[in-house]
Design a protein around this ligand. Sequence first.
Ligand code: ATP
Length: 251
Amino acid sequence: MKPLVARGVTVSFEGRDVVRGVDLEVGEGEFVALLGSNGSGKSTLVRAAIGLVPMTAGTVELFGTPLADFRERRRLGYVPQRSRAVAGVPATVREVVASGRLAYRPYVGRNSSKDNAAVAAAIARVGLADRSRSALDELSGGMQQRALIARALATQAELLVMDEPTAGVDHENQQVLAELLGALVKEGASILLVAHELGPLRQLIDRAVVLDAGSVTYEGPVDGVVHEDHSHVHHHAEHERNPGIPGEGVI
Ligand SMILES: Nc1ncnc2c1ncn2[C@@H]1O[C@H](COP(=O)(O)OP(=O)(O)OP(=O)(O)O)[C@@H](O)[C@H]1O
């Protein structure tokens, strides 16, 4: 059963279509990259596909179940854009990762030893064992990103949806991320990754989908993607409109 099948997805904000009738699939064990410039609708599309943003039109099935009936949230690991997730959150690495286990709890209560073991394993896996008590906002961008990934790992998700995990992350951390994601795919995970630039992740991608102004303009091997870094053109325009916003993809 395919982890994700989306058909004809349209999302409108204030009467403007920012995603226009997009089809998107992620097969079992597949690593799909969703590429495109700033504002092309990538985040909105993936957020709609997992039910975080309402669709104006279209259908989505997660693991063969229509989105509206999908209850197995634990099968899904969402790694939001770092800025969206981290801004103003004083939590420690451990707390953030432990929040990934909430889907397993039948009611609010203490963590079980199984929860604690899953949290510790996920933190170790991303190489943050010695930082688990650090506040997230004291860590580097790359470490924050790894903590967010650990949260998704702690849920033992089958489909990981990651929004720009490489944005603002140095090359060494991108390499760590590539190794980690490569290992997860080998273990059978499916991944939908939103990105501007793929860096060391490029070699892992099975299929690329390019969005432009809310529509798919390319789908196929990553080597066939042209003008991948046209994003910078838009990117600068975005910054001029939002001069207070620092860094790549930090909106
Ligand atoms: N909640 C919202 N309300 C109104 N407009 C929105 C909202 N979220 C996104 N938009 C607009 O929708 C368009 C697509 O945004 P989206 O974040 O999906 O693009 P993106 O391709 O992911 O870009 P980025 O790389 O900057 O995240 C943009 O013009 C954005 O301003």
